[in-house]
Ligand binder design. Structure first.
Ligand SMILES: [Mg+2]
Length: 286
């Protein structure tokens, strides 16, 4: 038994929602519910124009697009119920709530999707006050969205992280951020800059370059893997045992990070030199 009584290391664990904890974009689920057409095309058009922060396109459409303008709180709650979640989020939340000896985790979801929608999707799993999403104000008479109060997309996610670090009193190097897409670029750069830890759960090209670790799995509990491995420093056998305590088995665990680099011949090369691309793959042991 240890004779020293150290305070547990307190970590803020923040995760994106769409395609990080779920399979589909919640905007797509909402547009299907409303019968609104061309959601994807509209989002792409908005993204190209850089009018809104990446990830904030749905909030913009709800406020300004005729097909979305009748949205009320009930639509958001119903769309949340229809979202397909990744497996074992309850186990993930349980693990983080329990923590480990010497480690304490506070878990929050930070999404650009409407807050009511994410709260509804995670009802009974994540406490509503641990969910940050786009906040609307509603018309008292009709219940329709009247204005946007806040959008945690792009740089908006950084603001939420800073707010939470201050509220919890956690150090920036003890922030762990998990995300899948371009809406997470700003926040990941910010967390990395301050010595925090970032996990990408997709092969998004931009994030793959930024995130410290990448985990690809249909199971949300998989994000526990890099946390145990890199932050807590558990050995693979201990990690497998912890997964088994949740009746989960690790299959095909490849603990590697693949760096892809393309090298092209440049103009100084003598004539006749091959101009093809070379792809180097290197597995790094973290
Ligand atoms: Mg996402």
């Amino acid at each position: 038994m240890s004779t020293t009584m150290a305070l547990p290391r307190h970590y803020l664990v923040a995760a994106d929602f769409d395609q990080t904890l779920s399979f589909n974009d919640s905007g797509l689920v909402l547009s299907e519910l409303l019968g609104a057409a061309n959601f994807q095309r509209k989002v792409e058009g908005l993204a190209r124009s850089n009018l809104v922060q990446q990830g904030g396109e749905l909030a913009y459409l709800i406020r300004h697009d005729p097909e979305f303008r009748g949205v009320r709180r009930e639509h958001l709650v119903e769309a949340g119920r229809r979202v397909r979640l990744k497996q074992d989020i309850p186990a993930l939340v349980d693990f983080l709530e329990r923590g480990l000896e010497g480690y304490r985790f506070s878990f929050f979801v930070i999404s650009a999707a409407p807050r009511e929608l994410v709260q509804s999707a995670l009802a009974g799993i994540v406490a509503p006050e641990h969910v940050f999403g786009t906040e609307f104000e509603y018309e008292p008479g009709t219940g329709e969205v009247r204005s946007i109060r806040r959008v945690p997309a792009g740089y908006g996610k950084v603001a939420v992280i800073e707010e939470l670090e201050e509220k919890l009193g956690t150090a920036p190097e003890r922030t762990i951020y998990v995300g899948d897409g371009s809406s997470d670029v700003h926040v990941m750069l910010h967390v990395n800059n301050r010595e925090g830890f970032t996990i990408a759960v997709s092969e998004n090209r931009m994030l793959a370059r930024i995130a410290k670790r990448i985990v690809l799995s249909d199971n949300a509990f998989s994000i526990v893997l890099p946390v145990l491995d890199q932050i807590v420093g558990r050995r693979p056998a201990e990690i497998r045992a912890l997964f088994e305590s949740y009746r989960l088995t690790l299959h095909d665990w490849e603990k590697e990070r693949t760096d892809r680099v393309t090298i092209r011949a440049s103009s100084w090369q003598p004539e006749g030199a091959g101009a093809g691309a070379v792809v180097l793959q290197e597995g790094l042991t973290p």
